[in-house]
Design a protein around this ligand. Sequence first.
Ligand code: CO
Length: 509
Amino acid sequence: LKALSAYQQLAERHARLSRLGYFHQLSEWDQRTHMPPAGAATKARAHSELASLLHGLATDPGLDDLLARTRDEALDDWQRANVQEIQRRRALSRELPAALVSRHQIAVGTCNAAWMPARRSNDWPAFAATLAPVVAVLREEALCQGEALGVSRYDALLQRWERGTTTARLRRLFAQVSGWLPEMVQHALARQRDEVVLVPTGPFPVAEQAALCQRIMFALGLDPASARLDVSPHPFVTSGSPQDVRLTNRYDEAALMPALRSLVHEAGHGSYRQGSPAEWAEQPLGEPASAAMDEGQALFFERHIGMRPAFSTWLAPQLGQAFGDQPAFDAENLARLALRVRPGKLRTAADELTYPAHVILRFEIERALIDGEIEVADIPAWWDEHMRRLLGIDTRGDFRDGPLQDMHWPDGGFGYFPSYLLGAMTAAQLAASAERDLGSLDGHIAQGDFAPITGWLGNQVWSQASRFEPDELLQRCTGSTLDPEFLRRHLAQRYLGRAPSTTPKAVNP
Ligand code: CO
């Protein structure tokens, strides 16, 4: 029998990490869906134990020898890219002392457990006391990795979500958006001022909402044998493999549309997982190309499928069937409702025009926090100042719908928020290319025939997983690297009824 090549041994080492990591993910899913709140401390200790074990495997010195030996082996493009990604991750994990890895899990577990009750009672000080240790741990991690990479602390954390991205690049991209967005918001508000829009009135029983959401997610292409839908306070997707894709959603008896919108968004994340190559499921290369590419798929579903008038045409009769007819369920009304612009406090409830402001605010705060320019105690004041400046909203005293609204920081997910705005740009760029290749998507969507669209995304993006860096993947399927001009054109067309040609084409960053 032939001895295993260095590549095969390396891949097997990573498969072990991935299999153990599966239980880590599963337990996080459990914490957010089923675990009784008092179980949090036990879970945090178990996570800490597992994280230490995984860290030991990821930093085993024997990996260096295997990595070096793969250089002389004949590998195909996928394998070569896989080796590079294993090497990149290894270089990052090596910088983290084992004790810090355990502390991370405990700090995050404690803060996570404090987050929900603090949010319910609008208790910022109680939450802040548990967030401070999380920030301290993340700063230390960022310092270790940043020094090795020769970058700032925040830039080091960005590498976890967007390979190669920097604060400078984000500032450049976001500045372009900030340049044209405020005026667009004002125009859209003026255009919509006299519009009559009915909001569906409940109650909408949770069980019926969940059943409808499940039908929609399967209609969008998720496979009932491989996907399921549960309830959690903050919707998310976790996936152990393309055959095990778990979506969650949240429901409010008084409001129907937010749950439907979240469901369509999460179905985009889930479809990306389901459409990724099964044979690469246990390797880094089988994962989404980046957090922005991942949000890009979710936002493609949410905004370029779910928010089109054609989707309301398809949805309207189903709403009547599930909850009884009411005037608000008229397809044209639903279409207007989906595009209604309303500056508000909540990111997840924000319309697509004011959404970028919510991302830019979080980016500014978390960058300053990680780089040590502000402390946890400064967050509410910064929050209020940015919300006033960007959206004209006073948030003083409202922590619940202020800095307590997201689970990213209690999760230790600093550096993730920018991916939402990069994702919105990605989604608009992909949608323009899908329409170029397929013609208008509206006819398919109005019929509930999503297969041509998901087939296109599957071929172009999902099946490629992490084979290419995000910009190269975009270049291949859209003809250019990430370019915010696609987002501007999409929003102008949708909210101003035209694509202003006066703005010169943005220069690619
Ligand atoms: Co998402």
